[in-house]
Ligand binder design. Sequence first.
Ligand code: NAD
Ligand code: DAU
Length: 330
Amino acid sequence: MRMLVSGGAGFIGSAFVRQAVGKGHNVAVVDKLTYAGDLTRLEEVMDDITFYKADITNKEFIEHIFNKEKPEVVVHFAAESHVDRSLMDPYPFINSNVMGTQVLLDVSRTKGIDLFMNMSTDEVYGDLGKDGTFTEESPLKPNSPYSVSKASADMLGRAYYRSFGLPVVTVRASNNYGPWQYPEKFIPVIILKAMNGEKIPIYGDGTNIREWLYVEDCASGIMAVIEKGKAGEIYNIGSKEERPNIEVAKAVLTILGKDKDLMEFVKDRPGHDFRYSLDASKVKAEVGWTAKTSFEEGIKKTVDWYVSHMNWVEEKKAYLSEYWKRAYAE
Ligand code: NAD
Ligand code: DAU
């Protein structure tokens, strides 16, 4: 297939691109290379892909890419992705995630494609208490500027399918983790801080729950949906591996052989969603996909990867320290 992957230099997008190239697909990537984008993630496949550094809100340039690449499938990951940043400044989230998605959908519609995979998130459903799970039929009740921007992008995909017949398939995935995740997200923050003997900020009382999905599983789930899913449908992709944040931090500290005293409870994230949980039975029944990696296996592989790639993580620190100063300011 001729694929155009937006956000392919990001954490999940690059995992998808590596898999797609491995399967023999013809891949072009468009990425703005924001602070979160990094071509190092694509080093091993760079000779096999075409890369365009571009902002997806730039319609003229996106049209030019479509004219050159003539994609059959658009795989849309590009987004501002960090909830805490959206609380500090929502503007880039609305711009890239809403306006950018609209541009990609619109150009796809006018140029004509076979499938548009719209990457969404479990956060569009809002949060849960200790019980219950979200199905694809659950109402959307997003709570942060990030999740509102993602819900808008998700609904734009619905509108382009319903109103214009663009073949859009939507994937709503749970929290990803694994190699190459930018070290502002929880699991790499724990690893980075613990490796440097620094305090690990645990928001609130650490009881908030996330469903952790190994990134290679997420990428294979998206590939399965592209190959076997149906346009107009939504597929939840999760792992059933739910863990309170404090348990995640303890698991990482145990693997690293570090003291649990490194955990420090800090001021809670405003509007902090308590729990996400996905019912992924539809993607299993209709597409034949389930996650393969247990949390125990995935977290061990992840910690090992970071320990052997500390130079990559350290490179990001100058930028991060500025952000952390703002993020944790009272
Ligand atoms: P990421 O922040 O690691 O990567 C995002 C990529 O998009 C970066 O390479 C960045 O340069 C690029 N980008 C941002 N704005 C752009 C723009 N205007 N034009 C072109 N490129 C732009 O994010 P991620 O964690 O890999 O997430 C990828 C997608 O999956 C996002 O849509 C996110 O909302 C969604 N998602 C993420 C998770 C998760 O746990 N990380 C879970 C569910 C869904
Ligand atoms: O659920 C899918 C979503 O998962 C994606 O759509 C987002 O793009 C992705 O960033 C992620 O959002 P979260 O807010 O769940 O992930 P984050 O890694 O920021 O936080 C995970 C949990 O850990 C959350 O309950 C907040 C907490 N946390 C986070 C950080 C960064 C801490 O306690 N301390 C921290 O330093």
